[in-house]
Design a protein around this ligand. Structure first.
Ligand code: UDP
Ligand code: LCN
Length: 820
């Protein structure tokens, strides 16, 4: 395949030049490699290697001469190096998704190109030599089933899967017109509640369909454009056509013309448009299992953040788009969207103990809650997302039975969210034979350094053995994967993407993944979410402002007394506010921001700090990370003497009031700061930008794509607090000199949002994926089935055991009762 060839080509270039380059600087390189190997077996990151080189080649001029050439290229593309004396193996990443491996003998500087698999084995030597040398160690290789699936070839095209499968289908149809037979079969199978759609058995061959389309198109063209479909339905039916082509003569004629062209002279645009028009999706199931999934009083609770917001907004957007499509298809069908989550009997004042709850602002969508159940009973309390694995299989069985009952049949599309939702969605989709899309609001693997190699140490707390296996199973079962950004798939120039980190990795003692996923797989599609624009709108829209909240917000920000909702006060109320809001997870780095602020005198003098997150008494938290973060916040406020400068507000659950809160911060001419160590997407970033609040966000993850630095906001480096806090301070200093600057940044953020981040754009894309990948899976049926058998085996023999090893909180279990 092309990418493999490209990769080999680049690798051979490097290997070809590597021995020479090392030889040319033999004296210094021998010393460097001696230094690398001097400390014995270990894993070195790129920064670490550079530091060692700096220490070894002390002469600056000499060093920059060496690093300016091929050796510099090698070290710059190196993500990590494995040291097992006398060898050092390099994992080099030339471009997003393109990796090479080479092993250097530190004693004589000889170079060997090695495969990814060899590199992983070598890496395992650091942790477990016996496992590394065991010929029968478990290897997972999903790539073995994908040999004939076409791949994208350029890093820049990653994430545009849908466009490419239209191209691949076009090629298939052009090279072998008989392959369009699959499309005819697909159309023949389309129906809704027993009623046939598009065509019936009269048109069961390509030739018959082509001929009928010509006749029908001439007939329909003769009708006035707005003639309702019903007026000529019986005529079309005589020729073998059923409902679904359009609601009036114009739409029907267009759809027929597009299909005629696809069958006669296919081109990718027509293929994509035609697939997007097919009446295939009416009933959708969305899985979001963990946390408190509800419509009020839940945000900010542990494990309950952007995913809930995303799904509720997504449902609204999908329902609107479904209704508009159904109308255009000329059908009279009521769609249904069910969001399936966990029922939590001890619901802590939320509605998470209700089985069914209609979704506000929709007409056909609701939440269905299914409890976590074992043979011993129902689990009553909230459970960390890291501990849910033993419950998921039973949950998937219970959900699938209930879904089929409520929908009176199978859904047309299943969407999973996050590891738990995705594995459940995979089980249900493969059981029911339904098209599956998965979404990962964050894959945990990249959040913790070397989480794969260190899995044994981390497993008691995080159960990554289950999580990463579940992720692999789900991403390989999925027909398509929706991502919020490019970086989620393939990272940036210097940082591997979340999915890319699943391409090749090893968990010594558990399994070695030689091909987990391919970042160039056409199943990847970027569809970024938006923010609900009826809640998050610019502070300048005075007539829409929710003035009823303003007294409460005034109290929230400025009152002097501490209470359950806020602590600390703002002595100088004239200063602008820098604001941040997040769950108190370590990765959100709210404590980092507090520390940067505490340390930076200029920033302290220019602005106040307002934080929304968690609550104040660590003993009340059930979440391990939250507890630690709460304690740290108190310590920072104390140590940096932040009294009078900081207001810490507990987690806020009312989105409408939060919208007004962002706008009130904009009224102070303040800014939003998202300082996360890593952020998969970052809904708060687009919420703030939608409100016209200038935004500083982490350059690690999704926000780096949302914000164009200096144009629509600012990017900050969470690993360089001084630089980041100075950047914020400089902004406010500049605004003092030129108040228009603040407004320019506010406008820049809004412009960016309207161009790229709306739910309408999202819903159109995702429904198109549902149709396109439905046909694609049909075209690759045999291969998909073979892969599914492999996945089933992995699930049955491997994952199940891992999941069953996770402890369940026995004490809290209650006898099985009807869902209370
Ligand atoms: N949020 C909230 N109250 C809080 C903390 C967060 O309403 O106390 C909301 C926030 O407005 C956003 C979501 O929760 O809509 C957080 O999404 P984001 O993508 O920023 O982070 P996540 O929590 O999903 O990691
Ligand atoms: C989870 C996250 O961690 C965020 O980065 C996303 O914005 C959120 O889900 C919604 O997708």
């Amino acid at each position: 395949c092309k990418i493999h060839t490209l990769s080999i080509f680049m690798a051979s270039l490097i290997v070809d030049s590597m021995p020479d380059a090392l030889r040319q600087s033999r004296y210094h390189m021998k010393r460097c490699f001696a230094r690398f190997t001097g400390m014995g077996r270990r894993l070195m990151k790129s920064q670490h290697l550079k530091e060692e080189i700096e220490k070894t080649i002390e002469d600056k001029l000499e060093r920059s001469k060496i690093l300016g050439g091929t050796i510099g290229d090698i070290f710059n593309s190196t993500q990590e190096a494995v040291v097992v004396p006398p060898y050092v193996a390099f994992a080099m990443r030339h471009n997003p998704g393109v990796w090479d491996y080479a092993k250097v003998n530190a004693e004589n500087l000889s170079v060997d190109i090695i495969t990814g698999e060899e590199y992983l084995k070598f890496k395992e030597m650091i942790i477990d030599e016996n496992w590394a040398k065991d010929d029968n160690a478990l290897e997972i290789d999903f790539g073995a089933f994908d040999i004939s699936i076409p791949r994208l070839s350029l890093s820049s095209t990653i994430g545009n899967g849908m466009t490419y499968i239209s191209k691949f289908m076009t090629t298939k149809f052009s090279e072998n017109p008989e392959s369009a037979k699959t499309l005819v079969e697909y159309l023949l199978a389309l129906k809704h509640q027993g009623e046939k759609l598009m065509i019936n058995e009269t048109l069961n061959t390509i030739t018959k369909l082509k001929e009928a389309l010509i006749i029908a198109e001439i007939y329909v063209s003769a009708q006035p454009k707005d003639t309702p479909y019903q007026n000529f339905e019986s005529k079309l039916n005589e020729w073998g056509f059923e409902k679904g082509w359009g609601d009036n003569a114009e739409r029907v004629r267009e759809t027929m013309r597009i299909l005629s062209e696809v069958l006669q002279a296919p081109d990718p645009t027509n293929v994509e448009v035609f697939l997007g028009r097919l009446p295939v999706t009416f009933n959708i199931v969305i899985f979001s299992v963990h946390g408190y999934f509800g419509q009020s009083d839940v945000l900010g609770l542990p494990d309950t953040g952007g995913q809930v917001v995303y799904i509720l907004d997504q449902v609204k957007a999908l329902e609107e788009e479904l209704l508009s499509r159904i109308k255009q298809q000329g059908l009279n069908v009521k769609p249904q969207i069910i969001v399936v989550t966990r029922l939590i009997p001890d619901a802590q004042g939320t509605k998470c103990n209700q089985e069914i709850e209609p979704i506000i602002n929709t007409s056909h969508s609701y939440i269905l809650r299914i409890p976590f159940r074992t043979e011993k009973g129902i689990l009553r309390q909230w459970l960390s997302r890291f501990d849910v694995y033993p419950y998921l299989e039973r949950f998937s069985q219970d959900s699938s039975a209930k879904i089929v009952e409520l929908m009176e049949g199978k859904p047309d599309l299943i969407l999973g969210n996050y590891t738990d939702g995705n594995i459940v969605a995979s089980l249900v989709a493969s059981r029911l034979g339904v098209t599956l899309g998965t979404i990962a609001h964050a894959l945990e693997k990249t959040k913790y350094e070397d989480s794969d190699m260190r899995w044994k140490e981390l497993d008691p707390k995080y159960h990554f053995s289950c999580q990463f296996t579940a992720d692999l199973i789900a991403m390989n079962t999925a027909d398509f994967i929706v991502t919020s950004t490019y970086q989620e798939i393939a990272g940036s120039k210097n940082r591997p993407g979340q999915y890319e980190s699943h391409v090749e990795f090893t968990m010594p003692g558990l399994h070695r993944v030689v091909s987990g996923i391919n970042a160039f797989d056409p199943k990847f599609n970027i569809a970024s979410p938006g923010a609900d624009q009826s809640i998050y709108f610019p502070f300048t829209e005075k007539h829409n402002r929710l003035t009823t909240f303003q007294p409460a917000i005034e109290e929230l920000l400025y009152s002097k007394e501490d209470n359950d909702e806020h602590i600390g006060f703002l002595a100088d109320q004239k200063k602008p506010i820098i604001f941040s809001m997040a769950r108190l997870d370590t990765v959100k780095n709210i404590t980092g921001l507090t520390e940067w602020y505490g340390k930076n005198k200029k920033l302290r003098s220019l602005v106040n700090l307002v934080i929304v997150g968690g609550f104040f008494d660590p003993s009340k938290s059930k979440d391990r990370e939250e507890m630690a973060e709460i304690k740290k916040m108190h310590a920072l406020i104390e140590n940096y003497e932040l009294k009078g400068l900081i207001r810490w507000i507990a987690a806020q659950t009312d989105r409408y009031r939060n919208g007004e809160l962002y706008r009130s911060i904009a009224d102070t001419r303040g800014a939003f700061v998202q300082p996360a160590l890593y952020e998969a997407f970052g809904l708060t970033v687009i919420e703030a930008m939608n409100c016209g609040l200038p935004t500083f966000a982490t350059n690690q993850g999704g926000p780096a794509e949302i914000i164009v630095d200096g144009v629509s906001g600012f990017l900050i480096d969470p690993n360089n607090g001084d630089e980041s806090s100075n950047k914020i301070a400089d902004f406010f200093e500049k605004c003092n000199g030129d108040p228009k600057y603040w407004h320019r940044m506010s406008q820049g953020g809004l412009k960016r949002i309207y161009e790229c981040y709306t739910w309408k754009i999202y819903a159109t894309k995702v429904l198109n994926m549902g149709s396109a990948y439905g046909v694609w899976r049909q075209l690759n049926k045999m291969q998909k089935q073979a892969k599914q058998r492999y996945i089933d085996m992995l699930y049955n023999l491997h994952f199940r055991k891992l999941a069953n090893n996770v402890a369940t909180p026995l004490k809290e279990r209650q006898p099985s009762t009807p869902t209370d």
